[in-house]
Design a binder for this molecule. Structure first.
Ligand SMILES: [Mn+2]
Length: 280
């Protein structure tokens, strides 16, 4: 069995098809890990969602911010944004089945045998991997429950900026969701800069990319992540030192779609079919 981790798709189903052809993917033999943001902004979110859900046990997907936004719009807890391309899913005859599948995806996946963990965006420095798994489980169980609409309605926002184990209710779950699905920069004390979105090096002091924070307790685990289409412009040495593998190459913005073969860390890449857009 071979395992490939694949970057943010955001509706880029043609590039996914080409990439799977390139790696000679066989669903009976191989496993695919998806770093989240299957949908939105791109050309065929419905096609991607149907394909990945249809892979069953051959695929593992963690939730990204766009996946959660889709669930929020679908249950009437958020308004569609101007650039959203979610209508095809919302009008699909199999929408219920697809959204029920999506709401049961995890925020964190870990595999001790392979020695990798995967999140959509990042992890704050204070959490060990065990703690991160417990925090993820709080959100996952709420998403699978009748509390889902309330959670999706209260998840938007940039407060709090700092983890405190005494946080409760909406604030606690919002911080957890923001870390797993939106984190890019934080300070050494773990305070997040939710509004900073540029490539590494463009951020103001005292912020650092989340993976580069010295005190981060998950430094010894290899972590796969997506979400940040310009992070690969950062230092490769930093990635190596931090044990992280950024997989988003901005396919939806005209970049590329990549797959990392976890057993030997070989990288496979296909060029995007989308027009080049300098936007994130
Ligand atoms: Mn994202």
């Amino acid at each position: 069995m071979t395992t490939y981790a694949i970057g943010d798709l955001q509706g880029c189903v043609e590039e996914l098809t080409e990439l799977l052809h390139r790696i000679r993917f066989n669903a009976r033999r191989d496993r695919l890990w998806f770093v989240g943001d299957l949908v939105n902004r791109g050309p065929d979110s419905l096609g991607v969602l149907r394909f990945v859900a249809g892979l069953g046990d051959a695929a593992i997907t963690v939730l990204g911010n766009h996946d959660l936004h889709l669930l929020a719009v679908a249950c009437g807890m958020a308004r569609p944004k101007r650039k959203d391309t979610l209508d095809d899913i919302l009008r699909a005859p199999d929408r219920h089945r697809l959204l029920e599948w999506l709401r049961r995806r995890p925020l964190l996946h870990r595999d001790r045998r392979l020695g990798f963990a995967m999140v959509h965006a990042g992890l704050p420095p204070q959490w060990t991997l065990t703690e991160a798994a417990a925090r993820a489980a709080e959100v996952e169980s709420t998403l699978a429950s009748r509390q889902m609409p309330a959670l999706l309605g209260s998840m938007y926002g940039n407060q709090p900026e700092l983890w405190d184990k005494r946080l409760r209710g909406d604030e606690r779950l919002r911080f957890i969701i923001n870390c797993f699905t939106r984190l890019r920069y934080c300070a050494e004390d773990g305070r997040a800069a939710w509004e900073e979105k540029g490539p590494p090096g463009t951020q103001p002091a005292p912020f650092k990319p989340w993976y580069a924070v010295q005190s981060r307790k998950t430094r010894r685990t290899r972590i796969l992540f997506g979400h940040w289409s310009t992070v690969h412009l950062g230092s490769r040495q930093d990635f190596r030192a931090a044990n992280v593998f950024p997989l988003d190459r901005g396919c939806v913005w005209g970049g590329a779609l990549i797959a990392l073969r976890l057993e030997d860390r070989k990288l496979f890449r296909v060029a995007s079919h989308q027009p080049r857009v300098f936007e994130d």
